[in-house]
Design a protein around this ligand. Structure first.
Ligand code: ATP
Length: 308
């Protein structure tokens, strides 16, 4: 992942990822992949038909809530893909030839509330993806943390007053996620902004299906048994993935199709996508299956423990 792409180029790559995923032949795909294709189509439509028609993604009205987790990474790929489509549709309407247009954004406004002690592997993954996806990452830590999320967002809005809406990778199966809507205002006790949540209907298996297909780097913690990432002191690998407790049926990898057809796939390079030098993580790898072996949404947060 050394070669540096511009934001326009990575957005175009993301468009390539979604469009080739949608073209995978029905006959050869599994039901799970087909279900993920429908989820991709739905999220794409939310962005193009419901969101970008109300808030302009090319002039900093929209920010993205990013913490390096799998859900926001999937949504980021879909967001960039839709951004590319939105830009190209604009060009088609223009009287000037494509050669006279330049992708108008250099960086994507992004907010990261980093109040937990973060895993070193997640820190490195976030730095790498900040470069790869050209995120202009606002990190609250740099400003000294206050006590709660709401005040952190309030400060972000004060510093970035053009922000009207923030994209969030929450899903219905997350705690308190059941009744959320794709587009909604924040609660009255929160700083006021529009929450854009176009990933609500996705389930855990859809997230892995698309992320493994994408060919994009994946945070190494997921490779070593983690399924949902909190801070160092309240997150352990998912106990349901401990090799000794997993049944033989659940030891079968369910995303072979996605992986073998993934963008830029080569058998030698595939593990580079989640490579790490962290010896503690590598040791865990002996004991736990990768996060993508767990498909039941209700078990996703079993590795999130209460703070002492
Ligand atoms: P995982 O569940 O594997 O950790 P995730 O972090 O993407 O993946 P959630 O923890 O369910 O998903 O969080 C839902 C969404 O809320 C994220 O996708 C992100 O958009 C937003 N979010 C959560 N925590 C933060 C944070 N600390 N800073 C910024 N955004 C956040």
């Amino acid at each position: 992942y050394e070669e540096e792409m511009t934001l326009g180029q990575i957005a175009e790559l993301c468009y390539h990822i979604t469009s080739t995923f949608l073209k995978l032949q029905i006959a050869s795909t599994t039901e799970l992949t087909r279900n993920t294709q429908e989820a991709v189509l739905r999220t794409r439509s939310y962005f193009l038909n419901d969101i970008f028609t109300q808030w302009d993604p090319l002039n900093s009205e929209i920010s993205f809530a990013y913490n390096g987790g799998k859900d926001c990474q999937v949504l980021l790929l879909l967001y960039l893909s839709a951004l590319w489509e939105h830009y190209m549709l604009g060009i088609c309407k223009s009287q000037y030839d494509q050669a006279y247009h330049n992708f108008p954004l250099k960086k994507l406004p992004t907010v990261f509330i980093n109040s937990n002690e973060t895993f070193p592997a997640l820190e490195s993954f976030i730095s790498m993806t900040v470069n790869r996806y050209h995120l202009s990452l606002y990190e609250d830590k740099k400003y000294g943390c206050s006590s709660d999320m709401a005040s952190e967002f309030e400060r972000y809005l004060e510093l970035n007053p053009s922000t009207k809406a923030i994209v969030i990778g929450v899903r219905h199966t997350d705690p308190f996620g059941e009744k959320l809507k794709t587009i909604q205002m924040t609660d009255s006790n929160w700083p006021q902004f529009i929450r854009l949540q176009p990933l609500l209907e996705w389930n855990l298996a859809n997230v892995w299906s698309f992320l493994l297909y994408s060919g994009e780097p994946i945070c190494p913690l997921y490779r070593y048994g983690y399924t949902s990432l909190g801070g160092v002191n309240d997150t352990i690998p998912n106990p349901y993935l401990k090799r000794e407790v997993v049944s033989d049926e659940d030891k079968t990898f369910k995303f072979q199709f996605e992986l073998e057809n993934s963008v830029g796939y080569s058998p030698e390079n595939v593990t580079k996508r989640w490579e790490t030098q962290d010896p503690n993580l590598i040791e865990l790898g002996e004991q736990y299956l990768p996060g993508w072996y767990l498909l039941e949404d209700f078990k996703e947060r079993a590795g999130r423990i209460k703070k002492c």
